[in-house]
Design a binder for this molecule. Sequence first.
Ligand SMILES: O=P(O)(O)OC[C@H]1O[C@H](OP(=O)(O)O)[C@H](O)[C@@H]1O
Length: 314
Amino acid sequence: MPNFKLVEESAKKIINMEVRGASRIARFAAETLKEFAKTVEKDFDENMRKASEILMNTRPTAVSLFNAINYVMMYKGENDEEKKADAIRRAEEFIRWVDTAKQKIGEIGAKRIKDGWTILTHCNSSTALMVIKTAFRQGKNIEVIATESRPRYQGHLTVKELAGEGIPTTLIVDSAVRYFMKDVDCVIVGADTITVNGALINKIGTSQIALCARESRVPFMVCAETYKFSPATLFGELVVIEERDAREVAPEEILNLGVKVRNPAFDVTPREYIDLIVTEIGAIPPEMAYVIIRERLGYGLEMGELKVSAKHFD
Ligand SMILES: O=P(O)(O)OC[C@H]1O[C@H](OP(=O)(O)O)[C@H](O)[C@@H]1O
């Protein structure tokens, strides 16, 4: 029997943010599809399609979820048995992509961090933290300023992780970024999605930090695996910004007043504010986003037509 309960449970974990962070969500979706595929005995295409739809309808902004599901769903085979084996293989391949990419980004990004620097980070990006931790492990004497990242306080996860590594870390409220920017040598953040024109979609507040960094001439570095680039934006689609429950922001007492409370989870930082995007295949300017979508993800504009070709990770 196809185990849809497993898929529903995974979807719930993504929605309530028990599993969060763009790359963890992607990895978890691939793992779920792999485990689900093992339970399918007939009508493989139909069951896999249903399972991917359930996972896809969880959080709309991080393209990593789409790319993970899409990657697994490009399985091939003459019959259900072959399809199942290929889907499982592809899920495992995607999971390896997630794990190896983070390591590589850590190594590449750490080269850009100088001894004695103070780095500001926002939210809780495992990829951005990998860069910071790699630099620290190389013996660079660095400090971190971390924003609390309201309303979900992912900044608390960040400071716990950095403190666990022994990295001197200061926690600040989101609105104190400009106050502290004079002490910052570099901003390093993660990514939920990079669009074809090189814009960054990341945790709400990121664009204000970028603006402030630009004002102070502080370099702004983004850490993003190539599966965080959005092929759909090449086809003219806009990235949907997730708007979460108002109760995450305001207590009942406020909500009862009937005031409108808005809670967008992400915002857009235009490419002009980004100095560098560190991917697992190199540190690139945001202007190279189209090249990543074409060469790495296999979607391109060819002979004046939109052409999609499924690429494999190598
Ligand atoms: O993949 P990694 O680098 O771990 O995280 C990337 C991004 O995912 C998070 O979103 P959320 O907390 O799930 O809403 C943050 O916006 C973070 O910058």
